[in-house]
Design a protein around this ligand. Structure first.
Ligand code: NAD
Length: 508
């Protein structure tokens, strides 16, 4: 059986192995999930809640161990490693408790008085098997983000975590087994070929990862007429207006750019600053970034910024910085890899423009390119000059101005005077515009309903006759009667009661 080594990026040490699940094994795993899913659906949202809350208990009780595994495969700072399970626990509680309400049958009002002859019901029935494919940046939270709503919806789930960080996902499967939950959640490990087999066999594909891979998956799903949702890359702008609290903006943007060493889909990846405060802001941002402590944590928290996931990621960051510098950019802090392992110093770049890769392409690393703009209008135009549209932030002392700017940005989320705030609000949709994605996750009820097929059921609301008015045989008198009633209900002005006009349709 082929195996994959999992390495700690700070040391290069092998910290675990996982099997490479073959396409045939994926097919068999999906068959098994399909066989168990109807019983899971039949439990109802309240029955499923009990299992999901048991898993929540397990996550809380095992947080220490989960954080240790996560640190071993990512070299994240201790605090970051603890954020992953905390996030998963919070999300799990939300969907476990709310799913029953979100999945309750709906009885919409008929669109017209004539339609009142029917009782209307919309039910939400899960896709049998949801395939979830995830990247390496949050090895526990990324799977959790989509698995939990899918399980709450009543679907079975097959998860294919990143081959770079599969150990945390394997732990999650261990937890599911240890609580004795029904076998409706399976983890398969391996790289792209294993992921492709999940796409092939699942009934719905939920993908998080790069835009390139997402495009391939979308193409395959389109060919198979298989529903999918894609959460992809970003190049999130931050706009600092002259009336902003510059200290908060500098610290917030330093956090937004450097959290998880910049390996967050919604990292701040470019900054536009109004000219009057540009120099002061750059000075404050440079100081905030230069003060960050970088290194590998153990059980104690000593560092703010950890390593990059692997050498390939480090080379992208290095290329973006080196090319920018060669084209005239200036590094105000950082700019180089440091020490052993895949550490790249937190970096601020100025004198950059949109011709440079560090501004135009997703870096996914600890870099903050900063540009001076004449005014709000130029900031908005430059922020929107991107193929991505994941999220953005606006920094201003005037909330109304912040909202006005937000509504002009082409992004799935905008945080005013903050970063990442939308990520911690499951009641709102999280989705990318442009090449940052297709569809969205969460958004309250939408977060579980996306894993369901909506089914419309009609039933007579009144006593029935042997025949409905419009059934065979055709009869112009009955049609004219029906049309007159429809116009009276749905047209406007004199056309509502224009019986001669309806009558003429009979050929009179
Ligand atoms: P990636 O696209 O290389 O890999 C993501 C996953 O897809 C991995 O599990 C990989 O094995 C799998 N995969 C690769 N080829 C496949 C194929 N042909 N069929 C099916 N699966 C396949 O992405 P990555 O490098 O792991 O992650 C970084 C990217 O993820 C960045 O672009 C980042 O912006 C994005 N991301 C987006 C979000 C979001 O919510 N929008 C969140 C986190 C990360």
């Amino acid at each position: 059986m082929a195996e994959l080594d999992v390495r700690n990026p700070a040391t290069g040490e092998v910290v675990g192995h996982v099997p490479v699940t073959t396409a045939d094994e994926v097919a068999r795993a999906v068959d098994q999930l399909r066989a168990h899913q109807p019983a899971w659906e039949a439990l109802g949202a309240d029955g499923r809640k009990e299992w999901l809350l048991k898993l929540q208990d397990w996550l809380i009780d095992n947080t220490e161990e989960l954080a240790a595994v996560l640190q071993s495969e990512t070299a994240k700072p201790r605090v970051d490693a603890l954020i992953d399970p905390a996030f998963a626990i919070d999300l799990l509680g939300y969907y476990a408790r709310r799913a029953a309400k979100f999945l309750t049958d709906e009885h919409p009002s008929p669109h017209s008085p004539l339609a009142r002859a029917k009782k209307l019901t919309v039910t939400y029935r899960p896709y049998p098997v949801v395939g979830v494919i995830t990247p390496w940046n949050f090895p526990l939270a990324m799977p959790a983000i989509d698995i939990f709503p899918a399980l709450a919806a009543g679907a079975a789930v097959i998860l294919k975590p990143s081959e770079v960080t599969p150990l945390s996902a394997v732990e999650l499967a261990r937890g599911w087994a240890e609580i004795g939950a029904p076998p409706v959640f399976t983890v398969v490990t391996g790289a792209g070929e294993t992921g492709a087999a999940v796409v092939e066999h699942a009934d719905y594909v939920q993908f998080t990862g790069s835009t390139g891979t997402g495009r391939k998956i979308g193409t395959i799903c389109a060919e198979k007429l298989k529903p999918y949702s894609l959460e992809l890359g970003g190049k999130d702008p931050a706009i600092v207006l002259a009336d902003a609290d510059l200290d908060r903006a500098a610290h917030g943007i330093a956090y937004g750019g450097m959290f998880n060493a910049g390996q967050v889909c919604i990292s701040v990846e470019r900054v536009y600053v109004e000219a009057p405060v540009y120099d002061e802001f750059v000075e404050k941002l440079t100081a905030a970034v230069a003060a960050l402590r970088q290194g590998a944590d153990g059980r104690e928290s000593k560092n703010d910024v950890g390593a990059l996931a692997n050498e390939a990621q480090l080379r992208i960051v290095e290329r973006h910085v080196d090319e920018a510098v060669a084209a005239g950019a200036r590094v105000t802090t950082g700019g180089k890899r440091t020490g052993v392992g895949t550490f790249f110093a937190p970096t601020v770049l100025v004198d950059v423009d949109h011709s440079m890769a560090c501004v135009a392409e997703e870096t996914f690393g600890p870099t903050l390119p900063v540009m001076k703009v004449a005014d709000e209008a130029e900031a908005i135009a430059l922020a929107n000059d991107s193929r991505y549209g994941l999220s953005a932030s606006v920094w201003t002392g005037d909330k109304a101005r912040g909202e006005r700017v937000a509504r002009q940005l082409n992004a799935g989320a905008v945080n005013i005077n903050d970063v990442f705030a939308n990520l911690f609000n499951f009641a709102m949709p999280m989705g990318g515009w442009g090449e940052s994605g297709v569809g969205a996750r969460w958004g309250g009820a939408a977060g579980v309903r996306k894993y369901c097929r909506a089914q419309a059921i009609t039933a007579p609301a009144l006593p029935t006759m042997a025949k409905e008015l419009i059934w065979f045989p055709y009869d112009m008198n009955k049609l004219v009667f029906a049309l007159a009633a429809m116009r009276a209900a749905g047209a406007r002005g004199r056309r509502r009661f224009d019986l001669p006009r309806v009558w003429r349709l009979k050929g009179n």
